[in-house]
Design a binder for this molecule. Sequence first.
Ligand SMILES: Nc1nc2c(c(=O)[nH]1)N[C@H]1C(S)=C(S)[C@@H](COP(=O)(O)O)O[C@H]1N2
Ligand SMILES: [Mo]
Length: 529
Amino acid sequence: MWKTRAAVVGVIAAAAFLAAAEFAALFLGGSGSPLVAVGGAVIDLAPPGAKDLMVSLFGTGDKIALFVLMIVIVGSVSGGAGVLERRRPAAGAVVFAIGGVLSLLAVTTRSGSGTLDGAPTVIGVAAAIIVLRVLTARLRRWERVADVPTRAHDGDDTSTTDRRGPAVTSAGTARRSFLVWGVTTAALAVVVGGASRLGTATMQAAVAARRAIRLPTPASAAPAVPSGASLDVTGITPVITSNDAFYRIDTALRVPSVDPAQWKLRIHGAVDREVEITWDELLALPLEEHVATMSCVSNEVGGDLIGTAKWLGHPIRELLARASPHDSADMVLSTSVDGFTAGTPLDVLQDAGTAALLAVGMNGEPLPPEHGFPVRMVVPGLYGYVSATKWVTDLEVTRFADAEGYWTPRGWSERGPVKLESRIDVPRAGATVQAGSTVAVAGVAWQPHTGVKGVQVRVDDGAWQDATLAESISADTWRQWVWRWTPTKGSHRLQVRAISADGAVQTSVERPPAPNGATGWHEVTVTAA
Ligand SMILES: Nc1nc2c(c(=O)[nH]1)N[C@H]1C(S)=C(S)[C@@H](COP(=O)(O)O)O[C@H]1N2
Ligand SMILES: [Mo]
């Protein structure tokens, strides 16, 4: 019986290995799973005859058969490790360490393996050894205090310490302690391991689905970005931000994976008719392309939590019109699969002049997973936290008096229109420029949905000088600007301010990002030598 129990401990330790490794692999984008890597290695290493035999014996079930075979092998070896560990502490741990090294070899020699791919195996081995030691210690204690006549028949008791020491614990307590720890660990391993494996599988399904998507051509294409929208200045922010360079802000520890085939959006709440729309239905609707600048409320003056992309999507206003919101409503609470919510003014979403989109495309591609695949909201003129819900699945028509978005109870304003701001990209703070030469002072300025009509620069608190503006794409996008400067020798302070299309001048008042966006002039100090 002790031998069986020790073997069971070994198997639980193996389960802990797999569970911890799968859990870790989940956070590494699904790569580094020893289960997958070892299975792959076995297939690769098997002689052709063995493969043919497997296929002829099990047909298309050969993968399942391999899996069962692996379980039998891993089960027997880990059972053996459990028995070894009970006989001699650390002996079983060595078996797991050897298994870990083999698995590490399998993981790191896979094609396309990344630097962190070994981490799940290492974490798994650590978990297995801890579980093995903890459970074996409890098993020994139980064994020590129990009066076990069958032990002699096992004939495997080489340990002398087991017989010594006063039985401070009763056999019942020791037995219970072992069982509770054993069952809890086993259950935890099954739940965590199973859920992690499932998570990885859905994530990989979503990645495959994204790759297979061909976005429809828009019914109304965004006007081509005029060549005059980009200034020829080294180091200036590109007018269109590439998907890779686009800032990412969200509360998701792990990028949610949503299979578009399963995706649905529900519009409900204070509406005459609930509307539900699937991915295929959304793609069949007329899609619009629109270039818009999106910014985070947490962006500091001079910060880079801002980007401009060409979004493809269907106007939210059309879907709201189908649902027909009640007059009493003034807010739409959008919810993501990950639970994040944003409260957006209903009138902004209904406004015919605002390209508030249920977006499926970003710069000509399906949304990248970290930017909300398959569907997100984009609302020109509002900070992301009150408008740009990624992985969106639910729109509830409600009132600001009755509901609030994720950040509102956390110290941020209920409403978040983007503030008039500007930034100096070049020269960088602390740079050295050449005295007497022409230096391009350049950057971007924005107030999405209002637009920018002027930018001014001043040096050392001198008079404001008008910068040259690049052509505007639309009122919804930032504008590049440049001012040519001939510095004199010494240290100089450059400041910038923007003038909105409405004629408002960017305020010098310095405010932090909380509760509704930073203000103040961006400045850099440079040395002319
Ligand atoms: N699901 C979800 N959507 C979200 C957020 C989030 O935390 N979760 N953050 C919002 C905030 S604060 C911003 S600024 C934008 C950022 O979008 P991006 O990561 O694509 O740049 O997403 C918004 N949408
Ligand atoms: Mo944000």
